[in-house]
Structures are given as C-alpha cells and as structure tokens.
Design a protein around this ligand. Structure first.
Ligand code: FAD
Length: 318
C-alpha cells in the first residue's frame, strides 16, 4: 500500500466499510467499454467483492457467463457470479456452478429468479433454499442470498418472507443482500424484524444511486421497492439539469449510507448499473480512500456474442 494511503487509512468513516459492486453483462461494444471503465474505477476503492448479474434466457445465458468469467479473470477483486434456478433443470444449474468452480469463482449470489412462461422443466430446484443446499454439495462456495426490506411481491406475508430468508441463511448462505430502498427506516425496521426472527448473519443493504428517476420508479414498481414522493419530486424538478440530478444522486446516496452507518451498518452493496462515476462518487463522499493510481487500460479479448449495436438500449438490465 502506498505510504500516503497507509498514513490516513482507518482515519476516515469510509475506510472501515465493506463494499461490493454489482454489474450487468454488456449488450454492445459501447456498453462493454463502459463496464470496464466502471470496473477499473471501482477497483480503486478496494472493495470486498464484485458481482455480475445472470440471466438464464437462452439469448443471455452465455453472455452472462462470459462476463462473470471475464470480470473474475481481469480484476484483482474477487468476483461473484449471480445464479438463478427458476425454469431450469437442476443439472443445468449445477453445470453453471461447476463452470464457476472451474474458473476459480468461489462466490455465488444464489437466487430463485423469476419463472418464464413456457414448460417448467422436471426436477428443477424448488427455490433459493434448495438451490443453496444443492450448491453447497458441489463446493464450499461463499453464498449470498436476496432479501426484501419491503417484502417480496410473491410473499404470503411480511413474516413469511422473513421466515423464508431465515431458511435460506440457515441452509448455509453467508449473508443476505437486500433489494434497493431509499428510506433508511425501511431497512432498519426490516433488520429489527430479521433479528427478532433469529437471523444473526449479515444483512447488507443494497444501494441504488439514482441515475434516472423515471426508470427507477418503473423498476421499483415491478419489484416492490418504493421511491418516496418527496425524493422523486426533487429529481423531477431537475429533469432539464443532468448535472443537478447527478449531484442530487450523489448527495442522496451518501446521506442514505450515512444514516445507516450511524445505526451500525458497515457493509454496502451498490447496484452500479455499470454507471461510471455515481457509485464511486457516493463512496468518495463517505470518505472511502482510493488505494492506488489507475492502471493503463489492458487490451482485453472482447466478450463473445456482443453485437456492435444493442437493440436493448443502454440500461436494458434495469
Ligand atoms: P426466493 O427467495 O426463492 O423467493 C422469493 C420470495 O418468495 C421469498 O422471499 C418468499 O417470500 C417467497 N417464497 C418462495 N418460496 C417459498 C416457500 N417455499 N415458502 C414460503 N415462501 C416462499 N434476478 C435475476 O434474474 N438475475 C440476477 O442476477 C438477480 N440478482 C439479484 C440480486 C439481488 C441482491 C436481489 C435482491 C435480486 C436479484 N434478482 C435477480 C431478482 C430475483 O431473482 C427476484 O427477486 C426473484 O423474484 C426472487 O428470487 P429469490 O432468490 O429472492 O427467490
């Protein structure tokens, strides 16, 4: 570690935080460049790990695997592959886990995912609990599972949702990472209920810096994450001012984290949406130290199956 950095390390709020950053597979050359720029920038914060999302459709599976393997190979930061099991045979899911193991990927974010219309394969994992159990039979993976501060839309009740989360953690997952939320009270009440239900493993808040308020509201509506009206209005008032929106997003993300840090939270998972700067700026605002100077960009083998132009739009994954 550089002398100047070691002198100040530990003296600032952000230095003691455990950070992880999530990316999604790029669907065009432009988006691939942005992914690597973002990875390179966030490496400077020396996070605990990166994660890369997974889509199990035939069109997306290979790109997901290529991206997970490429980030794991190119970055010095440990990388987790997300893995979903809904609508897939156990064998297919297990083969992906074996692919991770073969490529030195020891961390998995284990998810049920969302079932697709069409035939349900026989012998699929019934849900994330069974997936966690199945993955641990293949290797001693470090597993994270998903948690929902505002309750999963398919849960029978708040209590049933927390009970199911406990089952996932008791099955052997190391930690839960939450769906994004914008009101610290939402997370703190959820953490209280989880503790009351006997959950002792870490619940890491998922932080989504707001890059586009309309998309965030639409996406939140689909996955049961609400955006407080007053916050939405602040962004909408700045709709003709991209720079103002950017600064508000940084301020809002840092304020949310600061409020949680005051309540004892010491780990954050950032949904980066492959956006260069935003998550980095929030962490810097919290005082997280940059560890080393940027390395010159390496010449990387392009990811396979990435078309020159995307038909999905820049932020297709949100
Ligand atoms: P589960 O935990 O299996 O089930 C979701 C909820 O359903 C539970 O919380 C519980 O309330 C209820 N439930 C399920 N089974 C039972 C049961 N037997 N008894 C009682 N209640 C039950 N999606 C992707 O496609 N790719 C990704 O890479 C991806 N990454 C994600 C990362 C994070 C951190 C999060 C929070 C979500 C991610 N998602 C991803 C979305 C996720 O796949 C969806 O939210 C999906 O609907 C649920 O997956 P799960 O693993 O939480 O499911």
């Amino acid at each position: 570690m550089d002398k100047l950095v070691s002198k100040y390390r530990g003296s600032r709020l952000g230095d003691s935080l455990k950070l992880s950053f999530e990316y999604f597979p790029p669907k065009s050359v432009t988006m691939e460049r942005r992914l690597w720029r973002t990875v390179g920038q966030l490496e400077l914060l020396n996070p605990d790990f990166f994660t890369v999302t997974y889509r199990s459709t035939d069109a997306d599976r290979q790109l997901s695997l290529d991206t997970i393997a490429a980030v794991a190979t190119e970055s010095k930061i440990p990388t987790a592959g997300h893995l979903t099991c809904a609508g897939e045979s156990r064998e297919k899911v297990n083969n992906v886990a074996r692919f991770f193991k073969k490529n030195g990927i020891r961390r998995i974010v284990a998810l049920r995912g969302d079932a697709r219309s069409g035939d349900v394969p026989k012998n699929e994992y019934a849900g994330a609990v069974e997936l966690v159990e199945g993955l641990l039979k293949i290797s001693d993976f470090d597993l994270s599972v998903a948690a929902y501060p505002e309750t999963h839309p398919l849960a029978l009740s708040d209590t049933a949702d927390i009970d199911y989360l406990k089952r996932k953690l008791d099955a052997g997952a190391q930690r839960a990472i939450t769906q994004f939320f914008f009101d610290p009270e939402v997370f703190l009440r959820f953490r209280d209920r989880a503790q009351h239900a006997g959950i002792e493993k870490p619940i890491v808040p998922g932080i989504l810096p707001i890059h586009d308020i309309e998309r965030v509201i639409a996406f939140g509506g689909r996955c049961g994450a609400s955006v407080p009206t007053a916050l939405a209005e602040r962004f909408i008032r700045l709709q003709d001012d991209p720079s103002g929106q950017y600064h508000l997003a940084v301020e809002q993300g840092a304020l949310l984290c600061e409020q949680l840090i005051r309540e004892g939270v010491d780990a954050f998972h950032f949904y980066t949406l492959n956006q260069t700067d935003l998550s980095f700026a929030v962490c810097r605002q919290l005082g997280t130290m940059v560890e080393y100077l940027p390395m010159p960009a390496k010449i990387r083998k392009p990811l396979r199956n990435v078309p020159e132009r995307s038909s999905f739009g820049v932020d297709a994954a949100i």
